[in-house]
Design a protein around this ligand. Structure first.
Ligand SMILES: Cc1cc2nc3c(=O)[nH]c(=O)nc-3n(C[C@H](O)[C@H](O)[C@H](O)COP(=O)(O)O)c2cc1C
Length: 455
């Protein structure tokens, strides 16, 4: 995230952490070059558009602890990072809830052109009530209603990206003095419940047209949205069985949406701490654990409740049953059987869950192979503790071990788009089975809307 503290709060005080340099272009260009040296698929940029202001009834904790504030716009980093790399992919987050789709369609097409097809969009509906108040609303919309809006938002984008321009619209005929053939560019005339967009799209078709579509979901509405739209899905799960069940459930919904069962790549956020020896690993682990900010984690958890005021053995279910204000929000992060003590321990920890491993490179590689082969995931999103130490350790120590095992590329393929990297060439564009592909037939721009509905 284009900020100091993204997921593991408190780490900014570590003397080796460079995150305070996030306002400097050189921080991002150095990072991009490091990632490309390591032949990683890409960099994932998260984003929120509000402040975490619920904990103890104010934003003070988030502001003091740098919990995703200060934070800058992630989209604007991409051209700089693209200029110093040739292959690195970029997954960038943008919310469907507050800004209408036309300008965003244009920004993403611009980025897809400038990066030669290396961008992806992480579709989020935003979960911060403060974000709603920043964009003229009194409070956030109900969860499922946000996914319904997101569905129309994506539909508008697909019309612009896939349907508004033919591939051969730009003829650039100097002698005939025709830059673009008007017969091959069309308005979309979208009129829906939430958006009205005339078109045409202002950008000529970019290498991927629609950027690679990322999403993260756990809820039934979110998963249904993913089954229609997503190509890369961040999932979680406390046990191997629940991860596998999540994947099986999503694949079944993909088939219901007439997509191939392998049309989505499943990715988990993984915490990896490694070093050359067990002693080095233990030292890093202890050092990181010492710095973790429980206060920061609680502010990030979106709860207004100050858990330190309750008995440790009380369960979340009991807190809710007692009618403690805002207790139900804890279910976003914890299960109802977990206790106040467990929640506080989690807040003060490095979130050492199923997708966490601390060990020498062979131990880490063994664990990654289990996640891939037994949990059934396709890839990992590496949680940052220290920038650049976390990713440098991964590239210097774990990548060579994974390469020895035939689990990691040794070089990039020249000229491939992000979609081709993830799904194989030649596949720069969405497959014909994706919902968006309907708009390659201009007649479909006038077809009745087919909306997801969770009412
Ligand atoms: C790896 C990962 C990255 C996420 N990135 C963002 C983000 O950048 N911005 C955001 O508002 N939400 C982000 N989320 C939250 C999701 O958009 C979503 O709210 C969450 O997964 C809950 O899904 P649900 O609404 O279907 O229950 C992320 C979630 C995960 C797991």
């Amino acid at each position: 995230m284009n900020c100091v503290g993204h997921i593991v709060h408190g780490m900014w005080v570590h003397p080796d952490n460079q995150r305070h340099r996030f306002n400097e272009l050189s921080f991002w260009t150095e990072l991009a070059q490091l990632l490309e040296y390591g032949t990683l698929d890409g960099i994932f940029l998260a984003d929120v558009i509000g402040v975490y202001d619920r904990y103890r009834g104010s934003a003070d904790t988030a502001i003091r602890e740098a919990v995703q504030i200060p934070s800058n716009d992630p989209l604007l980093l991409i051209p700089a990072m693209a200029a110093v790399t040739r292959h690195l992919g970029f997954g960038v987050t943008f919310s469907t809830s507050y800004e209408p789709p036309f300008a965003f369609a244009r920004r993403m097409s611009t980025l897809d052109h400038l990066t030669a097809g290396r961008v992806g969009w992480n579709i989020v509906t935003s979960y911060l009530p403060n974000a709603a108040r920043n964009f003229g609303q009194d409070d956030e919309l109900p969860h499922d209603a946000r996914y319904e809006i997101a569905d129309e938002y994506a539909d508008v984008l697909y019309k612009l990206w896939e349907g508004s321009w033919d591939d051969d619209a730009v003829v650039a005929d100097r002698q005939g003095r025709i830059y673009t053939d008007p017969a091959r560019v069309r308005a979309i005339d979208h009129v829906g419940a939430h958006f009205q967009v005339a078109g045409p799209h202002l950008c000529a078709p970019s290498p991927q047209r629609t950027p690679v579509l990322f999403q993260a979901s756990g809820s039934p509405a979110g998963l249904e949205f993913a089954a229609r739209h997503a190509e890369v899905l961040f999932i979680g799960g406390r046990t191997q069985a629940s991860v596998r069940a999540n994947i099986v459930r999503t694949r079944a919904r993909l088939v219901a949406h007439k997509r191939e069962p392998d049309a989505i790549k499943f990715v988990v956020m993984a915490g990896i701490i490694t070093g050359r020896t067990d002693v080095e690993v233990a030292d890093k682990l202890a050092g990181y654990r010492r710095l973790v900010s429980a206060e920061g984690a609680l502010a990030h958890a979106l709860t207004a409740l100050d858990l330190t005021l309750y008995p440790r053995d009380l369960t979340i279910a009991a807190l809710i049953a007692r009618g403690e204000p805002d207790a139900a929000t804890l279910l976003r992060r914890f299960t109802s059987e977990q206790s106040v003590g467990e929640a506080l321990d989690w807040a003060g920890s490095l979130h050492e869950d199923r997708f966490f491993v601390a060990g020498t490179p062979d131990v880490v590689a063994d664990q990654i192979e289990i996640w891939l082969d037994e949990d059934g995931i396709d890839g990992i999103n590496l949680r940052q503790y220290l920038s650049f130490e976390t990713v440098r350790d991964f590239i210097e120590l774990v990548v060579p071990e994974l390469r020895r095992r035939g689990r990691f590329r040794t070089s990039y393929t020249d000229g491939e788009t992000l979609r081709e990297r993830l799904f194989g060439a030649p596949r720069a564009r969405l497959p014909s089975t994706h919902f968006a592909a309907r708009y390659r037939d201009p007649a479909m721009l006038r077809a009745p809307a087919e909306r997801l509905s969770f009412g």
